[in-house]
Design a protein around this ligand. Structure first.
Ligand code: DC
Length: 221
């Protein structure tokens, strides 16, 4: 059976870098489902939809056409044919994405699209509900964590070009987003049954990639 590796965990746990690294090491495709929720959020903001009004978001959830590239060396995301890889990383989108992604109509649409892209497998998929909802029978499930401080430092480094992104502020915004993502009614972030927990607080990226590659090889023997 082609391999599906589900990588879930909170923001700043190192999921993206690790997922891309694992996909490259094993010659698999890569899907960033967070980018899909960000793309829908970007579209809602651009359309002037009040993102904290769940009914307003639900009413428009079927409209944006999302296209995700799956090359781990050059991941891409487009909405209605426009590349939004840059704009989806702004603080405005980051601070609105939890509200939009908690709307069941948004999730239903994106989960269907994710399953279509995953197809028969051969892919590393990162997100919050991959092992619990999107592909609960994935042969390899990982729950990647790190201490709150280390996660905020990593995020602030990612956002180094944004002068407002101090570690303290990033930590506060991140804690808020994690709380929303973990306590929402539909598909909250939680460790899936059978998921291997990897705490990356004291680990380098290479070590995390190695640990996941080892898990993948174990399941295939
Ligand atoms: O991984 P990220 O920070 O780019 O994800 C952005 C947001 O999208 C995150 O705050 C929660 C949401 N998300 C989700 O609800 N389910 C997923 N599978 C992936 C992301």
């Amino acid at each position: 059976m082609p391999l599906v590796i589900a990588m879930d965990g909170p923001s700043g746990s190192g999921k993206s870098s690790a997922s891309k690294g694992v996909a490259r090491a094993l010659g698999l495709r890569y899907l960033d489902t967070g980018a899909m929720y960000r793309a829908v959020t970007w579209w809602m903001l651009r359309e002037g939809v009040p993102v904290r009004d769940a009914a307003a978001v639900a009413a428009r959830a079927g409209e944006p056409v999302i296209e995700s590239g799956t090359d781990p060396g050059a991941p891409s995301i487009a909405v209605d044919g426009t590349d939004v890889s840059g704009p989806i990383r702004t603080r405005e989108v980051t601070n609105a994405v939890s509200a939009v992604s908690s709307v069941p109509e948004v999730r239903a649409r994106l989960v269907a699209l994710q399953r279509e892209i995953i197809g028969t497998g051969g892919i590393v998929v990162e997100g919050r509900d991959i092992g619990t909802v999107v592909v609960p029978d994935a042969p390899v499930k990982v729950y990647l964590t790190a201490s709150e401080e280390v996660r905020a430092q990593r995020r602030a480094r990612d956002l180094a070009t944004d002068p407002a992104a101090s570690v303290t502020l990033t930590q506060a915004e991140q804690a808020r987003r994690d709380r929303l993502d973990s306590t929402r009614t539909t598909s909250p972030l939680t460790r899936a049954d059978g998921a291997h927990e990897i705490d990356s607080t004291e680990m380098g990226l290479g070590e995390v990639i190695e640990a996941v590659v080892r898990l993948a090889k174990e399941t295939q023997t």
